[in-house]
Design a protein around this ligand. Structure first.
Ligand code: PLP
Length: 418
């Protein structure tokens, strides 16, 4: 008898080397990409299982294939647990990704060419919120709001002004690179006044929302979409929650409208991660994400870094590097070589190209999963400062990388996994 991993090693040594190399990279480096996390081994087990073999087009107890009675249990559990976690009327756990979740909502409620008001990608929004290179921007007429230049915060007056001027059929809130709490109730007020549907894309902050560490958006929104792999710490995937009145249209759009067979291994893994999120320790985890983000933000501010909006209310921060004479591209590369993974990110009103940018985005979900606390966040800030001060110094990067590796060894990502 052999494990699945042993079969991989024998069958495809090249891909096995990718697996071992990536596992090593994750163990030995500090993951600060705000959209990433480290899933529980039980989530990995569900993902890498025979559940991937099953076709189950349709929904539980109403499938287009035989033999679905076992996997039906997984989807029922995923739905029940998601509803308990978020307190929503209805949920669909089949979207393959966050982008598919958003596509499903647009397609279920709007016609091509309809107007949608959403946050500008250049101010922290997402590609699926109307970028010209994305399906959303190609098929719908997006109008965008952004943040104020003075304080980097969403300008609700601008949102209202644009809503009344353009009369969108839908307003979208939620972001990929916005470090402050988003007020769903305020968006609801605007949507109601403008006669628009309201969708909140909580892809990044789902864990904080589920634990009510941000004000609960579910009562205010027609639709709440999310990924399951960011702060929620589940498998890569998407999910849509909605009011009961939209349930039928949503389900029909996801299948048969947009997707074929659901990924039952991923849905089972979603169920596992929701079970873990319903345990009391998950709230402690989400609280620690916030404490760590605040500690890192304070330490970086102390070193003279300029944080967009002056700080953070969530799991991420955006560093505007212009006062340090650095670009996002240069800093991302230098930090990566020092074992600290971040992504370059445009800052609001950025004048650099998207491939260069003036900023980096830093998040604390993954390091918090490893067990990092405030002392470790201070060390991370110290390394970022040392690299920023001497960004061309390759010897320094090597030295920092050794220190990073030593700290990571104290906080293994998978201490109990073979
Ligand atoms: C990450 C993200 C998505 C898309 O998720 P994918 O799974 O990468 O398709 C959608 N919306 C927001 C706000 C996100 O941050």
């Amino acid at each position: 008898m052999r494990t699945a991993k042993q079969f991989l090693a024998v069958t495809d040594p090249e891909i096995y080397a990718v697996y071992t190399g990536e596992r090593k990279r994750q163990e030995e480096g500090i993951e600060l990409i705000a959209s990433e996390n480290i899933v529980h081994p039980a989530v990995l087990a569900a993902l890498g299982s025979v559940l991937t073999n099953k076709y189950a087009e349709g929904y539980p107890h109403a499938r287009y294939y035989g033999g679905c009675e076992v996997v039906d249990v997984a989807e029922d559990l995923a739905r029940e647990r998601a509803k308990k976690l978020f307190g929503c009327d209805h949920v669909n756990v089949q979207p393959h990704s966050g982008s598919q979740a958003n596509m499903a909502v647009y397609f279920a409620t709007l016609q091509a060419g309809d107007t949608i008001l959403a946050m500008d990608l250049a101010h922290g929004g997402h590609l699926t919120h109307g970028s010209a290179v994305n399906f959303s921007g190609k098929l719908f007429n997006f109008v965008h709001y952004g943040v104020r230049k003075e304080d980097g915060r969403i300008d609700m007056d601008d949102v209202e002004k644009k809503a009344m001027e353009f009369r969108p059929k839908m307003i979208v809130c939620g972001a990929s690179a916005y470090p402050r709490e988003i007020d769903a109730e305020a968006f609801y007020g605007v949507a109601k006044k403008a006669g628009a549907l309201l969708m909140f894309d909580i892809a990044h902050i789902a864990g904080l929302v589920a634990m009510k560490l941000h004000k609960d958006p579910v009562p205010w929104c027609d639709f709440v979409t999310t990924t399951t792999h960011k702060t929620l710490r589940g498998p890569r995937g998407g999910m849509v929650m909605c009011r009961a009145e939209h349930a039928k249209a949503l389900d029909k759009m996801i299948f048969p409208g947009m997707q074929g067979g659901p990924l039952m291994h991923a849905i089972a893994a979603k169920a596992v991660s929701f079970k873990l999120a319903l345990e009391p320790s998950f709230k402690d985890y989400q609280k620690q994400i916030l404490i760590n983000a605040k500690a890192l933000a304070d330490a970086l501010t102390g070193y003279g870094f300029n944080l967009v909006s002056g700080g953070t209310d969530n799991h991420m921060m955006l560093l505007d590097l212009r006062n340090r004479g650095l670009t996002g591209k240069v800093m991302e590369h230098a930090l990566n070589q020092a074992g600290l993974t971040v992504n370059k990110n445009a800052v609001p009103f950025d004048t650099e190209k998207p491939t260069i940018t003036s900023g980096i985005r830093i998040g604390t979900p993954a390091v918090t999963t490893r067990g990092f606390g405030e002392p470790e966040m201070k060390r991370v800030a110290g390394w970022i400062e040392r690299i920023a001060k001497d960004v061309e110094n390759e010897g320094l990067r090597k030295a920092v990388k050794e220190e990073v590796r030593a700290l990571c060894a104290e906080f293994p990502a998978y201490p109990d996994l073979e």
